[in-house]
Each structure stands twice: as C-alpha cells, then as structure tokens.
Design a protein around this ligand. Structure first.
Ligand code: C2E
Ligand code: MG
Ligand code: MG
Ligand code: MG
Length: 292
C-alpha cells in the first residue's frame, strides 16, 4: 500500500506491483492535481428543523469534478485522502469554501445559512484546524455561529486532550460541534462526556428501519432521549420516507436530513430552495398556527 511508501515521496516500483497499486498511485496523483487545479466543489444538502418545518441549514459534501470522469463521490476518494494525509489540505479548502459560500449567501437574498462541514481526525492531529477556521471566518467576514463541524467518534478518539482544547476554543467562538454517524463508533459515553458537544447525528444505519425494526427504534429513541437529557440537539441523517419522518417528528427529533427532502445540491440550487422555502413536507405545526 502506498501508505508504506517513503514519507519523502520516494517510491520503489517492483515487478510485483499490480494494476491495483498503480491505479491507486494514479488516483493519488490525480487528487493532488485536483486540489491545485480547482476540481473540487461542495454540494449542499438541506437540514430541516422539525418544529418549524423550515430549512435550518446545510451539510457541505465534497465532490470532485474529475476531467474525463464526471462528478466523483467521496466514497471513491476520501478514504485515499485520509490515508495519504491529503485530507488535511483538502479539508482546509473545504472550510474556506464553506465560509466563502456562507458569506455569499448572507450578502444575497438567500440570507444566513448555517453550514456544517465534515472534519477528519487528521485535521486535528496534523493541521492547525483552529487557526484555519479563525482565518477563514475572518477572511470571509462571516458570523462564526453559521459554521458547524461534523466529527465522527473515531475523530475524537485520536489525541483527545488536544481535540478537547481545540473544540473548546471553537465552541467559544460560537461554532456548533456535532458528532456524525452517532452510535456506530467505539467511544464510550464517559469518554464523549469530556467533549463540548452540541449535537448528535443519528447514523443512517438506525434510521433506515426505524419504523419496522424495534431494535433500531430503541437505539434511535435512546439517542434522542440522551441528547435532550444532556441538553444537546439531535438530528437524523438518511431520512428517505414519510414514515421515517413522521416517526422522528413524533419522538421529538430536532432536525432531519435525507433524500426525502432533497439530495445534496449545487450551491445555486440550494440557494433557490431556501428562497422558495420549500421545506414542505412539514405538518401544519408552525408556531404561528392557532392550534392548541
Ligand atoms: P456523512 O458525513 O455521513 O454524509 C452523509 C452521506 O449520506 C452523504 O454522502 C449524503 O449524500 C448521503 N445521504 C444523504 N441523505 C441520504 C439518504 O436519504 N439516503 C442515503 N442512502 N444517503 C444519504 P456523500 O456525499 O457521498 O458523502 C459520504 C461521506 O464522505 C460523508 O458521510 C463523509 O464521511 C465523507 N465526506 C463528504 N464530504 C467530506 C469532506 O468535505 N471532508 C471529509 N473529511 N469527509 C467528507
Ligand atoms: Mg457528515
Ligand atoms: Mg453522517
Ligand atoms: Mg453517515
């Protein structure tokens, strides 16, 4: 594996190296090229607040417009970037680009949009995440409360002390901290308690069959209950059906995100969706209604 190649960039080719290895090296080179040539872009998937039925923000999701290939999804290249460490530089680009987009929307009719970015553990350990975020926020002049970070449990598990300190500083700045894919990692609750977490994101694995599998439902309800008891917000990812939506709303999940509302969209389309305020499938429970 390329990870075992020299850190200084030297690689040794042997007759034993197979097609897969060469393809992998090709991909690495193409990814470095992509960063330098502006081939990455962000798509935005709406998050919907279940109390208001309105779009409450977006998750920024990385896409690669690879010449000759079309739009490439993270599953094809994020793991390679994680292994090679390229995710540190691309992750910094993601943060800057998200802040640029927030500023552009804020200055337009779209208005303030809270954008969540996915952050890799390597950005904490190897990069200067706090410095990069502060720089991006001030470079684009955005309100830092419009920025949210999504970290997985495993991201929190490497270098805990340092990560706790960085997250504490970012939270003081007004940034929201969310745990992504919650429930699939190996962290204990005692461990998580030490982090300044604002929001838990229920993994799609528990959402998929939440209305038909009692175990998944129990886990989803436990996460919602725990989040609220600890004064955290809770969001469900991967909501695809009206039944899942109804279940989550009934059990007081705060936000949802998924294909039921929208797939991830190019920035311009997301902006149009916000302006049209088509956060539709909400029940008639707007706070200004005269029921109760
Ligand atoms: P994630 O952060 O858990 O993002 C959610 C993924 O689920 C996205 O896939 C999204 O398109 C997909 N999704 C959304 N709604 C639904 C739904 O209703 N059903 C199903 N089946 N899927 C849904 P995507 O964009 O392919 O991203 C995959 C993963 O790649 C992300 O998972 C995240 O771990 C990683 N990723 C994406 N962008 C970045 C980035 O900028 N930095 C880092 N470090 N990782 C990223
Ligand atoms: Mg995420
Ligand atoms: Mg997720
Ligand atoms: Mg996920």
């Amino acid at each position: 594996r390329a990870k075992e190649a020299g850190r200084d960039g030297y690689r040794f080719f042997t007759a034993g190296m197979n097609v897969q290895v060469l393809a992998r090296l090709d991909l690495e080179l193409a990814l470095r090229h992509a960063l330098e040539h502006g081939e990455f872009l962000l798509y935005f998937q709406p998050k919907v607040n279940l109390r208001t039925g309105r779009i409450s923000g977006a998750e920024a999701l990385l896409r690669w417009n690879r010449p000759g290939y079309g739009l490439v999804f993270p599953v094809e290249f994020v793991p390679v970037m994680e292994e090679t460490g390229l995710i540190v530089r691309v992750g910094a680009w993601v943060i800057d680009e998200a802040c640029r987009q927030i500023a552009q929307w804020s200055a337009s009719d779209v208005g303030d949009v809270r954008v969540a970015v996915n952050v890799s553990s390597r950005q904490f350990v190897e990069g200067d995440l706090e410095g990069e975020i502060r720089a991006a926020v001030s470079r684009h002049g955005i309100d830092p409360t419009l920025l949210e970070l999504e970290l997985t449990e495993s991201a929190l598990m490497s270098n805990a002390e340092h990560t706790i300190a960085v997250l504490g500083n970012l939270k003081q700045l007004g940034i929201t901290i969310a745990i992504d894919d919650f429930g699939t990692g190996y962290s204990s609750l005692a461990y998580l308690k030490r982090f300044p977490i604002d929001k838990l994101k229920i993994d799609i694995a528990f959402v998929r069959d939440v209305t038909v599998n009692p175990d998944d439902a129990a886990i989803a309800l436990a996460i919602i209950g725990m989040a609220h008891s600890l004064h955290m917000q809770v969001i469900a990812e991967g909501v695809e059906t009206p039944a899942q939506l109804a279940y989550l709303r009934r059990h007081r999940c705060d936000e949802v995100q998924g294909f039921h509302f929208s797939r991830p969209l190019p920035a311009a389309e997301f902006g149009e969706m916000v302006m049209a305020n088509v956060a539709q499938p909400s029940e008639p429970e707007a706070p200004d209604s005269h029921r109760q």
